[in-house]
Design a protein around this ligand. Structure first.
Ligand code: HEM
Length: 393
């Protein structure tokens, strides 16, 4: 089955139909890459944690049909999300401590300050992606890593290129420019260390010779990219979803203690990562009565798995009081999202403060006029025009 981009805007009918037929099927993705699309929760969860599947970028490159390797051709993609143990284990260990719930909680005052400053600039009609959902996560991850203010808009522009699926010269240019910026930044941290994660990583690599310069650059790229492209859409999809479900919005406004559970439900219903990053079989893998041959890509649809009727009751209903957990929005297994505690904290602070500041929030356009990103990796709105008012209406 060949998939075109139209399905990305409204994937549910296709997912319902595919699930009726079985947990996975062979497809050709819109960019021409063939593989197995997994749509059931149980099989998705098992395959995300199956060691017979590899994520090694060097071997993956050999499996792409000519001209379709996209972002995988750049050296920036040689990071832990595209690697297997033992190298994955070694790289992940270096950054785990910075992202534990306890470490992340120390960032709370900074996140609250950034949130409040951004909300100060919001009044009346605004594109909430542009004014709030985008600048918040990039400011937080930049402060954590120690990326100066003036570099952030360029980082945003490059990220847009990476998720757009473009190849060739525009991709090569973005990768070259971002590598150069990160190398300069690493040089600066080496010369003048500061209280930030990048300085710590430079220090680790100098001390123990455990992280090469290229690994350092790829790690910085991964943290920056993963740290903002996703959280933008947690915030955007959450607000959109609340505005489409006024009963749930009322409930959350009346009882803010429901916020942590609500964030989980936003993640489940509006998974910011649509299809998990690529993995491939290293030997034949049997799923149900299907055998996936060795050397084939497996694409796990987190969005589909999170709407599996066999796992969640009334999966298409937003219910912020539903028992939290079980969703796969942060993945599963050894590549489980490193930044999950940070993303959750940002989500709680951002949505909590947005609702508290604006008793009235409504969509400024017809939902049919909104534009969804056409990436198969990230799922989110290009813009979210709302009317925000400090007076209840
Ligand atoms: C709502 C926001 C976020 C979502 C939905 C999300 C989702 C995910 C998912 C699904 C994966 C696994 C991908 C796979 O196995 O194919 C992942 C991995 C990862 N995420 Fe996140 N993420 C979010 C925020 C963040 C943040 C704030 C950071 C901070 C740096 C981050 C850093 C990472 C890293 C480094 C990995 C790779 C982990 C590894 O390979 O071991 N993420 N994320």
């Amino acid at each position: 089955m060949e998939l075109d981009k139209a399905w990305i805007r409204d994937p549910w009918p296709l997912y319902r139909e595919l699930r009726r037929q079985g947990p996975l099927r062979r497809v050709v993705m819109p960019d021409g890459v063939p593989g197995w699309l997994v749509t059931d929760h149980a099989e998705a969860r098992a395959l995300l944690d199956d060691r017979r599947l590899s994520k090694n970028v060097h071997r993956a490159r050999e499996l792409f049909p000519p001209g379709t390797a996209g972002g995988y051709i750049t050296r920036l993609s040689e990071h832990m999300l595209n690697d297997d143990p033992p190298n994955h284990t070694r790289l992940r260990k270096l950054v785990t401590k910075a992202f534990t719930s306890r470490a992340v909680n120390r960032l709370r005052p900074q996140i609250e300050r950034i949130t409040d400053e951004l909300l100060d600039g919001v009044d009346g009609e605004t594109d909430l992606i542009e004014s709030f959902a985008f600048p918040l996560p990039i400011a937080v991850i930049s402060e954590l890593l120690g990326v100066p203010h003036e570099d952030r808009s360029r980082i945003r522009a490059w990220s847009r290129v990476f998720v757009s699926g473009v190849t060739g010269e525009p991709l090569a240019t973005a990768a070259r420019e971002q590598s150069a910026l990160l190398r300069d930044l690493i040089r600066a941290k080496r010369a003048e260390p500061a209280e930030d994660l990048l300085s710590d990583l430079v220090h680790v690599s100098d001390e123990g010779d455990r992280l090469s310069e290229d690994e350092l650059v790829a790690m910085a790229f991964l943290l920056l990219f993963a740290g903002h492209e996703t959280t933008v859409h947690l915030l955007g999809n959450a607000v959109y979803s609340l505005l489409r479900n006024p009963e749930q919005e009322r409930l959350l406004r009346t009882d803010p203690s429901l916020l942590p559970g609500a964030i989980e439900e936003f993640l489940r219903t509006g998974s910011p990562i649509h299809i998990a990053t690529l993995r491939f079989t290293t030997e034949p893998v049997t799923v149900g009565d299907v055998e996936i041959p060795a050397g084939e890509f497996v694409m796990v649809s987190l969005l589909a798995a999170n709407a599996d009727e066999a796992r969640f009751e009334d999966p298409y209903e937003l219910d912020i009081t539903r028992p939290a957990g079980g969703h796969l929005a942060f993945g599963h297994g050894i590549h489980y999202c490193l930044g999950a505690p940070l993303a959750r904290l940002e989500g709680e602070i951002a949505i909590g403060r947005l609702l508290a500041r604006f008793p009235s929030l409504r969509l400024a356009v017809d939902p049919a006029d909104l534009h969804w990103r056409t990436s198969t990796l990230v799922r989110g709105l290009r813009e979210l025009p709302v009317i925000a008012s400090t007076r209840a209406v």
